[in-house]
Design a protein around this ligand. Structure first.
Ligand code: NAD
Ligand code: GLY
Length: 362
């Protein structure tokens, strides 16, 4: 059975916006019309997604003047040089302040187009049309946008909310299995940080999710987005609980940077990172080994890596983690677990405990 359309809201006062989840959404002119008031639309996509979906989005946008900018595909291109191509296209095609950027692609495109929308002529409208599971459950929602710097991931960016998110689950049918699994890592994250019932549901539905069962996927996307929307509504600019969404990310970002952006997928790095965060929580006596093994098992069943690459030296780990955005007054803070469904940001670990987690994992 095809999943039906589900609609959620990210409640941010006058910037409140809907998230639509369901099949066939990218073909629906009314959905775009409801959220695009401008005469001009610039679709930002990449050379992998555009051949699959650009023509259909263009067809649904036939009421508008539509331009396109097609970026090279991949995390390695999530940088200021590639980002600038969006402004080249907007300026060459004479788009003004009254345009809307439509981000058609995964998290890389969403983050780059979102950041461009935040900056072009001091801010233009943005619509997120995420086409990876990771982007549908995480990056398209909540307004974090940006690009990487050689010194660290997502180091340059802005908070900038879209007018709407259109998560068309049919687009996931063309997603490689490895990318699907990478998205599931961020799904598991919500269970771990704040939704223990969802974690149990994921344990029961791992097979259905990997088999791309429409109903299971819609349910997982809705529950993930509901969790994320609640966190973002409570703490849009990450002064508190939003930081919990970074479970596994400090370890994961170090993995991504050490092996070179794009070699490990973001979700894969987060998966191994979440196991490391669980291991450190165990060393602090907050969770037991059975819980760590349960987390490992679910991620493993979702075809995700549960250990980091062995090739990263301990000094490199510590160096890379020191540039993490959660470093405060020189002290590294990590998202750790008190239980499945209960996370906190803490610096209550020693360098020896952190080193033991890293050495134990490698
Ligand atoms: P991605 O955007 O690189 O997409 C993965 C691959 O799938 C790419 O090759 C892409 O072109 C391809 N693809 C996209 N949709 C497809 C489809 N429907 N069919 C076939 N191929 C398709 O990676 P991602 O995993 O979507 O996103 C990772 C990025 O998101 C990272 O840069 C990460 O930092 C960022 N991120 C941001 C946030 C946030 O809150 N802004 C949250 C999590 C992750
Ligand atoms: N993906 C982390 C956040 O949106 O805050």
């Amino acid at each position: 059975m095809k999943g039906h359309r589900r609609t959620l809201s990210v409640d941010l006062g006058e910037r409140t916006y809907p998230i639509y989840i369901g099949p066939g959404l990218i073909d629906e002119p009314d959905l775009y019309r409801a959220h695009i008031a401008s005469p001009g639309v610039m679709i930002v996509s990449n050379d992998r997604v555009a051949p699959l979906y650009l023509a259909r989005v263009r067809a649904a946008l036939s009421d508008y003047r539509v331009g396109e900018v097609i970026l090279p595909d991949g995390e390695t291109y999530k940088n200021l040089t590639t980002w600038n191509l969006i402004f080249d296209a907007l300026l060459q095609q004479r788009y003004g302040r009254d345009c809307t950027l439509v981000a058609l692609g995964g998290g890389v495109i969403g983050d780059m187009a979102g950041f461009a929308a935040a900056c072009y002529q001091r801010g233009v409208a943005l619509l997120q049309v995420p086409t990876t599971l990771l982007a549908q459950v995480d990056s398209s929602v909540g307004g974090k946008t940006g690009v990487n710097h050689a010194a660290g991931k997502n180091m340059i960016g802005a908070f900038y909310q879209p007018r709407a998110v259109l998560a068309d689950i049919d687009t996931l049918n063309t997603l490689p299995r490895r990318e699907l699994a990478a998205g599931l890592a961020e799904v598991v994250k919500y269970g771990l940080i704040r939704d223990p019932d969802f974690f149990i549901w994921l344990e029961e539905h791992a097979g259905a999710l990997l088999a791309r069962d429409d109903v299971a996927l819609s349910e997982a996307i809705e529950r993930s987005c509901r969790n994320k929307a609640q966190v973002v509504a409570a703490d849009e600019r990450e002064s508190g609980q939003r930081a919990l969404l970074n479970l596994g990310h400090s370890f994961g970002h170090a993995i991504e940077a050490a092996v070179g952006y794009g070699n490990w997928l973001h979700g894969e790095a987060v998966s191994a990172g979440m196991v490391m965060a669980a291991d450190l929580s165990r060393r602090l006596g907050w969770i037991d080994q059975t819980t760590v093994l349960r987390i490992r098992r679910l991620l493993h069943n979702l075809e995700l890596p549960v250990d980091p690459p062995a090739s990263i030296a301990i000094e490199r780990w510590l160096e890379l983690m020191a540039v993490d955005k959660k470093v405060l007054d020189g002290s590294l803070r990590l998202v750790l677990l008190r239980a499945i469904g209960d996370a906190l940001v803490s610096d209550a670990f020693s360098t020896e405990q952190l080193t033991a987690t890293i050495e134990g994992a490698c």
